[in-house]
Design a protein around this ligand. Structure first.
Ligand SMILES: NC(=O)c1ccc[n+]([C@@H]2O[C@H](COP(=O)([O-])OP(=O)(O)OC[C@H]3O[C@@H](n4cnc5c(N)ncnc54)[C@H](OP(=O)(O)O)[C@@H]3O)[C@@H](O)[C@H]2O)c1
Length: 248
């Protein structure tokens, strides 16, 4: 089965490409680095030919609601149009547990992406997960404040992106099912603790400060809105188990 992976160089996308391959399928990896700009649509022609599914693992790093909404809706529309033209029957998307309820900043884009898909007549599946273990690494890359490491005050039950990738491929090889049951990690954690453990494991020594982000975005991070519901399926690998096998 030929499966297009959008955002194939990202934290999740790279592992989706691996999971497609290890499932015995053929990945078509697309991102700007491979010459496809999902915002303008440039380079999309021909990419979808003979594909059975598209897994959208693309993302913006913007935290502005306006930019996030523009990114996730434009990319979804461009992918869906290209899929329709090429007769690709299944669009698989990923969102974040609780993001649609918070609907602010970056999460406003995820909420808009969810609404856009829900307005489609069919042909799509959407998996909502918690933050990835890899999110600690992403925070370390972006949250440097002089000699300090700033981390939002945040409750999370993180999951390994590899487990999410395997689940997305399993979904892509089946029929479109709309909203899938939530998938979360095995254990609730505090984001600042994860970043402290990540910094220690990678030999980086700087104090971590927890910053309560103002407004509904930060409130959602703090108040448990991003935690899984009672019916969620749980992944297996804990953050510490994940950390122990990283080459960094
Ligand atoms: N990170 C988390 O903890 C987490 C948790 C739950 C759900 N999610 C969701 O999972 C998805 C992937 O997140 P991630 O953290 O893996 O993202 P990421 O590491 O930031 O990767 C983003 C990917 O999108 C590509 N991309 C960005 N702009 C593009 C454009 N204009 N055209 C084509 N490709 C573009 C990037 O490649 P190029 O730069 O080469 O274009 C890269 O491959 C997102 O939908 C996110 O909301 C993330």
């Amino acid at each position: 089965m030929k499966i297009v992976v959008a955002g194939a160089t990202g934290s999740l996308g790279a592992q989706v490409v691996d999971a497609v391959r290890s499932g015995g399928h053929e990945p078509v990896a697309i991102s700007r680095r491979s010459g496809v700009d999902l915002l303008s649509g440039a380079g999309l022609t021909g990419v979808m030919q003979d594909a059975s599914a598209v897994i959208d693992a693309s993302a913006t790093s913007s935290t502005s609601a306006k930019e996030s909404i523009a990114f996730f809706t434009t990319v979804s529309r461009n992918l869906l149009t290209a899929e329709r033209e090429a007769g690709v029957p299944h669009h698989v998307a990923i969102s974040i547990i609780g993001a649609a309820g918070v609907d602010a900043n970056y999460y406003a884009g995820k909420a808009a992406q969810e609404r856009l898909l829900e307005a489609e007549p069919g042909g799509w599946s959407l998996l909502r997960t918690t933050q990835f273990h890899e999110f600690a690494r992403q925070l370390v890359a972006h949250g440097r404040l002089g000699p300090l490491q700033a981390v939002p005050t945040m409750r999370s039950q993180p999951i390994a992106a590899a487990e999410v990738a395997a689940e997305l491929v399993a979904i892509a090889t089946g029929d479109p099912r709309g909203i899938e049951p939530e998938l979360a990690g095995p254990k609730e954690e505090r984001m600042a603790d994860l970043v402290r453990r990540y910094l220690a494991a990678t030999g980086q020594r700087r104090p971590v400060i927890e910053v309560p982000i103002p407004g509904p975005w930060g409130r959602g991070m703090r108040d448990g809105s991003l935690l899984p519901g009672a019916g969620a399926r749980l992944g297996r690998q804990t953050f510490d188990e994940w950390l122990a096998v990283q080459s960094h």
